[in-house]
Design a protein around this ligand. Structure first.
Ligand SMILES: Cc1ncc(COP(=O)(O)O)c(C=O)c1O
Length: 443
């Protein structure tokens, strides 16, 4: 689930930790009340907090119920790829299961190999690997922000928001610019006196499935001497550089949103992860070498955190090979499946924020109170989706989300489409013509 920074859950504040009185824990009661809708859904709904008993390809079994999974972010299907799975045991025999040094203390040579290949794939100056994007945001945003000003996308991912909160606690100021609005960023930067400026935002957005206008944001950031920091968790592996022979509008090679936009890395720091398209626990910062060297001594996860398991380093390396040989075919499959779902929504006049054709398709409901019933309806028809419930998203965006992967079959996409048909017929889905607030709230 990907709550945005301005969701009510993100903005809610506890009244302050209070001691237990007579067995009551008021701070827990306060939080439970704040997230009551989600808590009720979690307790009652088979698509929340579910235990997956078994998988068969992209089919999953929960209890005795088999469902087509559209909630996984394994976009390229590398989690199930025989070539990648078969590559792992040799690495385990050579390196053991887990390095267990922090990277500063000892990095298996696999890290160097991955950084080299990744730098080449992205076409950037250098890269640094850390276990997760969350580790990166929490440590790198405060370092880059120093005591300057951070300009944060109003709908930035919660983990970016949390990184900004740490930066604020260390003396930075944090200002928000309107989602997808480079002109508003320009306005704020123009009025700014602080010479240290960091702009933080998402690449391919985890809720809308769209990419920002990277060229416009990069131009504004450069004009005002700001560093642009982009989290492309969902774009890396899917979108890439444009080529005449590309197999889909995603572009080629899956080398992320900066290359997809034809942008350079001047004044741009790109953050991405392998935990989605590459199905591996690892993440990266693409940055100049002097910044990398600084991070090696100043970013706590490099110094103190446990590393990624060897199996994850192995699946990244094997994943690079598969990406090179078959990645563009896999991306074409992802696009074809995604297109079928999007076309069906269009056929019914159903609203989705997805304008890009990228494989994240959010479908808002007409009535947010129907979320549990709609989820149950899809569950009963064997379709597993991500429920986007209040307070993770504002009430007018409550709905469900398909994430489409190369490992989904045509029959699974048929099941998703049958679910859409039935829900559209029952009038559960918001239509393009409905007179309701548009997705993407202002600051
Ligand atoms: C945009 C975005 N950033 C960061 C994360 C967190 O990534 P990680 O699991 O590598 O910390 C997610 C996970 O869903 C995400 O969607």
């Amino acid at each position: 689930m990907n709550p945005s920074a301005n969701s009510p859950a993100a903005l809610a504040r506890p009244v302050g930790p209070a001691p237990a009185v007579g067995g009551r824990r008021p701070w827990i009661d306060h939080w439970l009340e704040t997230v009551r809708d989600l808590q009720d859904l979690k307790d009652s709904h088979p698509m929340m907090d579910a235990v997956i008993d078994e998988i068969d390809g992209r089919m999953i079994r929960i209890g005795d119920h088999w469902l087509a999974d559209f909630a996984s972010c394994n976009y390229l299907g590398f989690d199930l790829d025989a070539e990648i799975i078969e590559a792992v045991p040799e690495y385990l025999r050579t390196w053991g299961t887990h390095p267990s040094w922090s990277r500063l203390l000892g990095s298996p040579a696999l890290y160097e190999e991955i950084e080299e290949r990744l730098t080449d794939l992205l076409g950037c100056e250098d890269t640094l690997l850390l276990p997760t994007i969350t580790h990166i945001h929490m440590s790198v945003i405060p370092l880059l922000a120093a005591s300057g000003t951070v300009f944060m996308d109003a709908r930035a991912h919660k983990t970016i928001y949390d990184g900004c909160q740490v930066a604020r606690a260390r003396g930075a100021a944090v200002k928000r610019f309107r989602f997808e609005d480079p002109d508003h960023l320009d306005e704020l930067l123009r009025a700014e006196r602080d010479p240290t400026r960091l702009v933080v935002m998402d690449g391919v957005n985890s809720m809308t499935g769209n990419a920002p206008d990277i060229r416009a944001f990069a131009a504004v950031a450069r004009e005002h001497g700001a560093l642009l920091y982009v989290d492309d968790a969902h774009g890396f592996g899917i979108v890439g550089e444009r080529t005449p022979d590309e197999t889909s509008p995603y572009g080629s090679r899956g080398n992320s949103v900066i290359r997809h936009a034809g942008e350079s890395y001047d004044n741009v720091v790109l953050v991405g992860g392998f935990s989605k398209a590459y199905s591996s626990l690892l993440a990266f910062v693409a940055c100049p070498t002097d910044v990398k060297e600084l991070l090696k001594v100043a970013a706590p996860p490099y110094l103190y955190s446990g590393p990624s398991p060897v199996a994850s380093l192995a699946t990244v390396l094997a994943g690079f090979d598969v990406n090179e040989r078959r990645g563009d075919q896999l991306r074409a499959t992802v696009y074809r499946h995604t297109r079928r779902i999007l076309d069906r929504l269009t056929c019914h006049g159903v609203l989705t924020p997805n304008r890009s054709g990228f494989p994240i398709i959010e479908v808002p409901l007409r009535d947010h109170r129907r979320i549990a019933d709609v989820g149950r309806f899809l569950f009963d028809r064997g379709v597993y989706v991500t429920l986007a419930a209040f307070p993770l998203v504002p009430k007018h965006e409550v709905g469900f989300r398909f994430q489409v992967t190369a490992a989904n079959t045509d029959a699974e996409v048929d099941a998703a489409i049958a679910g859409i048909d039935a829900l559209a017929e029952r009038g559960e889905l918001r239509l393009i013509t409905d007179d309701l607030p548009a997705a993407g709230p202002a600051v």
